[in-house]
Design a protein around this ligand. Structure first.
Ligand code: UD1
Length: 381
């Protein structure tokens, strides 16, 4: 993606200059609604989209801008991937340069990826205020890189926007002052609701020879699942059993493909007759894939929330979740990563005549979270 170098001229006058940070796939659908809402108030805000470059492939980044109707980033840092230290460090170095040059009044970060941590820390050190969207999520599992990113980002942020009521308790327990916290709801659901109808036009089912509710979908990419050979093999063994019952569509994340190759597991999965291996999908195709699935199996955070709103049974291949509301109120079940448990829970759903079990949509997962965010920010800026 090319940097647009001339944006600063457009932004003159008294409106607050706001950097909206997007780095990776799960960020784009959170930034888009905030950007769109901010644009409605030009007297208050001059929003500038900063892409860190953490994700850089077409199907991990550009296609999301296209699918969301989001303009190209104003600033592209090109701080591509590497180990955590290198990636975080490079983003901080490049982001700080832009902070010094542009002197924004506010930096908005979303989610919990390395870009979120890097940009929030760089900004507060320049004494620039930071707002964190999707604050207060906790898995209480510090072996997860995202958990470290969440704790650090929340600790340094000035304004904390939470998606669910219980997230505030996590922040208060860490000594964060209540007057920084605003319960605004789930901004990712704003995007999902917006594109749901358009996504119905996706040809993804036809393209893969599958039919409505006659297949399961799978995504895995967490280091805890894919970076260890035995664990990855356990999960794939479960998939090998499940695909005998129902076709399984598996869009393979780049990290996962790398590890599958490294552990020489590619021929094992390629030989599974009913497992459909595909490239990572764009937002519209993936939304269609999800909504038409009989069952979704995943280790993603966002998909736990999306399946809840779409009322699709979700099995989360992890030992914990930072999104407990999707279990208590939604359609999510935590199944861990043992072969037996994944298989037995999947068979339970596939053989059940009962419909999915969403009790009620969590509060403020109503498509209006970005409006609430902007309402708060308008009062402050
Ligand atoms: C990151 C986030 C994770 C999020 C996930 C969604 C952190 C710590 N993790 O994990 O929370 O759920 O994004 O995808 O920030 N790669 C490509 N092309 C790309 C992007 C990555 O090939 O466009 C490769 C990289 O070279 C690397 C691997 O995928 O080897 C992992 O990328 P990285 O950004 O480090 O983390 P993710 O596993 O994607």
């Amino acid at each position: 993606m090319n940097a647009v170098k001339t944006y600063s001229k457009k932004y003159q006058g008294s409106a607050s200059k706001v950097f909206l940070v997007a780095g990776g796939r799960p960020n784009f659908m959170k930034v888009a609604p905030v950007y769109e809402e901010m644009k409605k108030y030009p007297a208050h805000f001059k929003p500038i989209i900063v892409h860190t470059g953490q994700h850089y492939d077409w199907n991990m980044s550009d296609i999301f801008f296209k699918n969301l109707g989001l303009k190209k980033p104003d600033i592209f840092l090109g701080a591509a991937t590497g180990n955590h230290g290198r990636q975080t460090g490079r983003i901080m170095i490049e982001f700080e340069k832009r902070l010094l040059k542009e002197k924004p009044d506010l930096v908005v970060v979303v989610g919990d990826i390395n870009s979120t941590l890097a940009c929030s820390v760089a900004a507060v050190k320049q004494r620039i205020r930071v707002a964190h969207v999707e604050s207060g999520l906790r898995s209480f599992d510090r072996s997860m890189p995202e958990e470290i990113n969440r704790v650090v980002t929340d600790a340094v942020s000035d304004i904390l926007f939470t998606a669910s009521e219980n997230d505030e308790t996590n922040l208060l327990n860490e000594g964060i002052s209540k007057d920084k916290i605003y319960f605004v709801g789930n901004v990712m659901i704003d995007s999902l609701r917006k594109i749901k109808k358009t996504a119905q036009k996706s040809k993804i089912l036809k393209k893969n020879g599958i039919r409505e509710k006659k297949y399961a979908s799978l995504t895995i990419h967490r280091p805890s699942n894919v970076d260890d050979k035995e664990t990855l093999q356990n999960i794939l063994n479960a998939v090998a059993v499940i695909q005998k019952e129902i076709p399984v569509v598996f869009p393979v994340h780049p990290r996962t493909m790398k590890m599958i190759m490294k552990f020489r597991l590619l021929s094992f999965i390629k030989n599974l007759e009913n497992l459909i291996l595909i490239e990572p999908l764009g937002y519209l195709d993936f939304a269609k894939l999800m909504v038409s699935s009989k069952l979704v199996m995943t280790d993603s955070g966002g998909i736990q929330e999306e399946t809840t709103i779409l009322n699709i049974p979700c099995l989360t291949i992890r030992e914990n979740t930072e999104r407990p509301i999707t279990v208590f109120e939604g359609t999510n079940t935590i199944v861990g990563n043992s072969t037996e448990n994944i298989v037995s829970k999947a068979k339970g759903i596939l053989n059940s005549k009962r419909k999915a079990q969403l009790k009620k949509a969590p509060k403020f997962w109503d498509g209006k979270a970005s409006q609430r965010i902007i309402k708060v920010l308008k009062k402050k800026f």
